[in-house]
Write a protein that binds this ligand. Structure first.
Ligand code: 13P
Ligand code: SF4
Length: 349
């Protein structure tokens, strides 16, 4: 058994020997024990951009979740190899929309609305869903650019289908002035459209998916913080529900949350509704500010947390021995169509 210090020393040694031919992107929700070795820390948009810009690395060891590694594979050349240190690092939200369900939904929605819908997918989705959007004229979005992307979509078509996160879709459309009555929810388990107002008024069709981490922040949590810490600013990610976003003071992407805390004055107080590792890092990094998790139990993303120091070391040692393990390779035809959706986003991001 190796000690933590020994594992860290080995990671450092392997990183040094690979030099620029090895690149380790790390999402902000990753554990400190792997983030200390990341060559770029970012949210999902930033990591997509750095992957697209990297021409030197033969190996990209992605510290994040499966859909992010797929995106990195799509955006890099065929010679570059993307490795996910633990294949169990998926995303429960991405798993809520599979391609068969999506094609079924699309057929039904075309029957109801004709050719008036543009599909958009949050990058937190499988490559197959991105490809579906690509071939139907749509695009990917991230939480950092959802607003301009949805605004763009409405210049293309009267309606949008937003996959797979109903909350990001609803919060973004609401911010753009679309009333809630003009939003419907597509339930992939019953293949039905749930709506209140008349069908012809519907402008936004939300896929019934959600993030199992951000759904743990509730209006009750907010009421409790308001009562016990009236000075606290409440800052949440738009993967939280509409009710939670409406009851909070600020809402925005991972990058927005980080920037907001950086710019906050010393002594200010913040209750944050996002993933635990990021909240912990912000607490540690800003001792002059009073920061708590909006949900007192903290909310870890279990799949993000699959990537730990032992898995990172195992992946790196395998590469050192010439074994390409846990390679994420998106089939060529899927990648080509997914690329269309990603390019429509990156051109505007
Ligand atoms: P962003 O990195 O786009 O804020 O997304 C948050 C998230 O849940 C990533 O899985
Ligand atoms: Fe998926 Fe939510 Fe985890 Fe992000 S935080 S990887 S959306 S489950």
């Amino acid at each position: 058994e190796m000690t933590t210090a020994e594992m860290e020393a080995r990671v450092r040694e392997i990183k040094e020997s690979f030099g620029k031919t090895l690149f380790i992107p790390g999402h902000h929700y990753q554990k400190d024990e792997v983030m200390q070795f990341s060559d770029a820390a970012g949210d999902s948009l930033q990591l997509a951009q750095v992957a697209a810009g990297n021409k030197d690395a033969k190996y990209i060891v992605f510290c994040g979740v499966h859909f992010m590694a797929e995106t990195a594979d799509i955006l890099t050349s065929d010679e570059q190899v993307v490795v996910l240190p633990d294949m169990r690092a998926g995303c429960s939200m991405a798993d809520m929309a599979d391609i068969a369900q999506t094609e079924r939904a699309w057929t039904k929605l075309q029957e109801l609305f004709g050719d008036t819908i543009l599909p958009l997918t949050y990058v937190n989705s499988t490559a197959a869903i991105k490809a579906f959007c690509g071939r139907n004229g749509g695009a990917t979005v991230t939480s950092s650019n959802a607003k301009p992307m949805v605004a763009w979509a409405f210049t293309q078509k009267e309606r949008i289908l937003f996959l797979p996160d109903q909350h990001l879709g609803r919060n973004t459309a609401y911010d753009l002035g679309v009333p809630l009555e003009q939003m419907a929810v597509w339930d992939p388990h019953t293949d039905t459209l749930q709506h209140e107002g008349p069908l012809e008024d519907i402008r936004v069709i939300l896929w019934k998916g959600h993030c199992s981490v951000h759904e743990n922040f509730t209006v009750k949590n907010i009421e409790y913080v308001r009562k016990t810490h009236p000075e606290m600013n409440i800052l949440v990610h738009p993967e939280c529900s509409r009710e939670v976003v409406a009851a909070s003071d600020y809402a925005g992407s991972t990058k927005y949350i980080i920037d907001r805390i950086e710019q906050a004055p010393s002594g200010s107080q913040w209750a944050i509704g996002t993933e635990m590792n990021l909240v912990k890092r912000m607490i540690a990094g800003h001792p002059d500010k009073h920061i708590i998790s909006l949900n007192p139990y903290m909310c870890p993303c279990l799949t993000m947390n699959r990537i730990d120091l032992p898995h990172l070391l195992w992946a790196l040692e395998s590469l050192e021995q010439g074994q390409e393990v846990n390679v994420i390779r998106v089939p060529q035809d899927v990648a080509a169509e997914a690329m269309l959706a990603l390019e429509r986003m990156l051109a505007r991001a």
